[in-house]
Design a protein around this ligand. Structure first.
Ligand SMILES: Nc1nc2c(ncn2[C@@H]2O[C@H](COP(=O)(O)OP(=O)(O)OP(=O)(O)O)[C@@H](O)[C@H]2O)c(=O)[nH]1
Length: 523
């Protein structure tokens, strides 16, 4: 028996089991990756939403603070305005008394840089400052032109200017002053320190790229943290906030590229309901993403490790399944080989080495079996014994090898003729053959024997030393039948009766068949 070495095996085709394992592994991998990606996406979206909420809240608190700052300033200005307009209606402007009032009011409000009154020609009449500069004319200021042109009594907040006395950056907050006939009598000015907002905004913890911006409603920057002062006064009208967003809502959030510095941010914004002010708080999106990513690194590593473990387990299971399948195939192959070998050994043990028909041992066994079955079924068993005529002479004439060859040819004829399931051809002795016909009567045996004798005649194997006139190899045969009801029971009796019939055939001249003599009803 030849065994194949393991390495000789061709790679096994992918079985349904392996395909299912691989498919499950692939699905699991995709599911784990998909779930992680989805979770991360959701988490990032939530982070962005939270940042937007925080930005809106921050903007709200800044707007509230700005409102309070400007309201306190307005109330101070209104108080001075009332006193001044009363003076103008009676005694005329009393600069010294007014300055004292202004000084008192300024000391109460930390945001105030100063309070001032300029008459209709822009001359300094009163101030909270310690002295009035003599040669300064403020009629060139934007707010002066504004109030001179507008009769309205509204509070005006102008873009940041640099103070002419202290050179600080200040936000001018102004009111128009009228005489009793509503004629223009100058401007009351309160200046708010930009530093006040700078200090206030510095209380908030912000990352490098984050911004807090206080703007006029016309998009002019009043203060932007953490930008340098050069950004103050910058016009942001190209920002999406001023182009379209504020047109639809007074507060909200969104993501856009800041007109300040071109960075993409997550913004919250609020427009003041009381003053022409807008506050915006923006978080650097890139920095926020990096921060978020860092906080998720541990989760990511854990997920990847889990995925790796799943893949390794999958590979292990796959390998086991592959090995199991290979072993199964090998076992099946070995089993088939063993079965074939057994069958071959069995055949060898049951057949005659020269002719290939059943040997004598198998013949004995099968005849015993047939007779036992016949006893149970009550059906007959017939037996034919064949003997080649003058075979000794054949051997003597043509030699033993030719004799063997002749035996093979005759056996082939027998085997071919008795090929039904219930017929067995066997080599009974040297040049003697037998056929067992289970469940068949004597007449069937007779018919078969005659047809075989005729077939051997047709073979016409030359036999020049035969006594018969044909001059070729011939056969004689004797038939007998077994019936369970027979008085002469037994295998040996059956063989003896067939042999006796064969003897009679020989004596009658050979090349013929004779049957045992028995009552006609049993034939
Ligand atoms: N070549 C060969 N001859 C065999 C074999 N077995 C038996 N024989 C020969 O078969 C011959 C049988 O001869 P006999 O029994 O004397 O009878 P016969 O010559 O056939 O004459 P009849 O039976 O009376 O016709 C013997 O010479 C055996 O040697 C075999 O396996 N091969």
């Amino acid at each position: 028996m030849k065994f194949r070495r393991k390495n000789d095996d061709p790679a096994p085709a992918i079985s349904p089991l392996l395909r299912s394992i691989m498919l499950s592994g692939a699905l699991l991998t995709v599911a784990v990756i998909g779930l992680n990606v989805w979770t991360l996406r959701e988490d990032w979206n939530e982070t962005v939403l939270k940042a937007e909420d925080t930005a809106v809240n921050l903007s709200l608190s800044q707007a509230r603070q700005a409102d309070d700052t400007f309201l306190q300033t307005e109330l101070s200005l209104r108080e001075v305005q009332r006193e001044l307009e009363r003076q103008l209606a009676t005694t005329g402007a009393e600069g010294k008394a007014l300055s004292q009032t202004m000084h008192l009011l300024q000391s109460r409000l930390p945001q105030l840089h100063g309070l001032f009154y300029y008459d209709e020609r822009g001359r300094w009449i009163a101030t909270s400052m310690s002295r009035i500069p003599s040669d300064v004319d403020n009629s060139d200021r934007e707010y002066f032109d504004y109030h001179r042109a507008s009769p309205r009594n509204n509070l005006h907040i102008g873009p940041v200017i640099r103070s002419r006395t202290t050179h600080e950056l200040v936000i001018p907050v102004t009111l128009r002053v009228n005489d009793a006939y509503k004629g223009f009598k100058g401007v009351l000015l309160a200046t708010i320190k930009v530093d006040y907002f700078r200090r206030f905004y510095s209380y908030y913890e912000l990352s490098d790229g984050d911004v807090l911006v206080l703007m006029l409603a016309d998009s002019t920057v009043l203060y932007a943290r953490p930008m340098p002062d050069s950004y103050i006064g910058k016009n942001l009208s190209v920002s999406p906030l001023f182009l379209k967003i504020l047109a639809n809502s007074d507060r909200g959030s969104g993501q856009w590229t800041a007109a300040l510095d071109g960075k993409r941010r997550i913004f919250g914004f609020v427009r003041s309901q009381r003053y022409p002010l807008v506050v915006a708080a923006g978080y650097d999106k890139h920095a926020l993403f990096n921060h978020w990513l860092k906080s998720r690194v541990q989760d990511l590593i854990l997920s990847l490790a889990l995925l790796l473990v799943i893949l390794l387990l999958g590979a292990f299971v796959l390998r086991q399944a592959r090995d199991t399948l290979r072993y199964q195939r090998e076992l099946t192959r070995l089993r088939d080989e063993l079965t074939a070998a057994n069958r071959s050994l069995e055949n060898q043990a049951q057949s005659d080495g020269l002719t290939g028909v059943a040997n004598r041992r198998h013949f004995d066994h099968m005849l015993t079996e047939s007779l036992l079955n016949a006893e149970l079924s009550g059906l007959p068993v017939s037996l034919i014994l064949f003997d080649i005529d003058y075979f000794k002479r054949y051997n003597d004439t043509y030699g033993h090898v030719a004799g063997d060859d002749c035996l093979k040819k005759v056996a082939a004829v027998l085997k071919h003729a008795a090929r039904r399931k219930n017929e067995l051809t066997a080599r009974y002795g040297g040049e003697e053959f037998a056929i067992i016909l289970s469940e068949q009567p004597l007449s069937a045996a007779l018919e078969l024997a005659e047809s075989i004798i005729a077939a051997v005649n047709r073979l016409a194997i030359p036999h020049m030393t035969t006594e018969l006139p044909q001059g070729h190899v011939t056969l004689s045969a004797g038939c007998a039948m077994y019936l369970a009801t027979d008085s002469q029971q037994g295998k040996q009796a059956l063989i003896a009766r067939a042999d006796e019939a064969l003897y009679r055939a020989k004596r009658a001249g050979r090349n013929q068949v004779m049957c045992e003599e028995r009552p006609a009803k049993h034939a």
